[in-house]
Design a protein around this ligand. Structure first.
Ligand code: 13P
Length: 249
């Protein structure tokens, strides 16, 4: 499976940072890595970023509404994201779940809207530190996967991102064995639900991926790419991560 290396800028980035996106697009054009490259951006930057990259890398949103249109002040529909030049969107990021009270049902509705619009959809799941300490990681991820991924998704355009909450922005990462155990479990659940087609879904790891640990993490079994926060903000870091995939596959 062709890996997906996705950046998530979160609430970072003004026009003056668009040069970083241009630099990544140029590097990808020159080196033709054996991975799909995506940068998910604040909605305000999507249109300009899409014009800069001209299809050399994909541009995505960080969230979307489940609704097509209507009286939902401040929300952004999948059609609006597409119109601005996005071809992908993240749904259910733990920061959306935590700060905006998004439940599995809300995430599932958003994923359904994104898939219906033909966007590559990254559905995030992940356990807290205390859930891991209480040996609940697999059951929590099972429940979030079942509840956040609706029926009828285009499986080749769906990725599940396993992002342990305690690994996001902390510099702490699970051991390789811990990552493999969760990803193998997610794959088993996908196979149980979709039969062999469950292999079409990419399973990403996210949480403190940096240039110096990317190679080891991204080469693990059932790790089909990464969702990268802080290290996607600077082209030099993100390019270094992309290079580790090219070297490893
Ligand atoms: P960091 O890479 O900064 O830990 O963020 C991970 C993340 O939340 C990506 O969605």
């Amino acid at each position: 499976m062709r890996p997906l290396i996705a950046g998530n800028w979160k609430m970072h980035g003004l026009a003056q940072q668009l040069g970083e996106i241009g630099a990544v697009a140029t590097a990808v054009e020159t080196t033709a890595p054996s991975a799909d490259i995506l940068i998910c951006l604040p909605a305000t930057l999507i249109d300009r970023a899409a014009q800069i990259v001209r299809g050399r890398i994909a541009i995505g949103g960080e969230d979307c509404s489940a609704e097509e249109a209507g009286a939902f002040t401040g929300d952004i529909s999948v059609e609006m994201l597409k119109d601005a030049g996005a071809s992908a969107v993240i749904v259910g990021h733990s920061e959306r779940r935590h700060y905006h009270g998004e439940t599995d049902a809300i995430v599932s509705a958003k994923a359904k809207a994104a898939s219906r619009a033909g966007l590559l959809t990254i559905i995030c799941i992940g356990e807290t530190k205390s859930q891991r300490a209480h040996n609940e990681t697999l059951s929590v991820c099972d429940a979030q996967l079942a509840g956040s991924m609706p029926d009828g998704m285009t499986l080749t355009a769906t990725a599940i991102a396993h992002e342990p909450l305690w690994a996001i922005g902390t510099g702490q990462i699970p051991t390789s064995e811990e990552i493999v155990a969760v990803h193998a479990r997610i794959r088993r659940r996908l196979l149980a639900r979709f039969g062999e087609d469950g292999r079409l879904v990419r399973i990403l790891y996210g949480g403190s991926i940096k240039p110096d640990n990317a190679h080891e993490i991204l080469a693990l079994p059932e790790v089909d790419g990464g969702l990268i926060g802080g290290a996607s903000l600077l082209a030099c870091d993100f390019e270094a991560i992309i290079r580790t995939v090219s070297a490893g596959h």
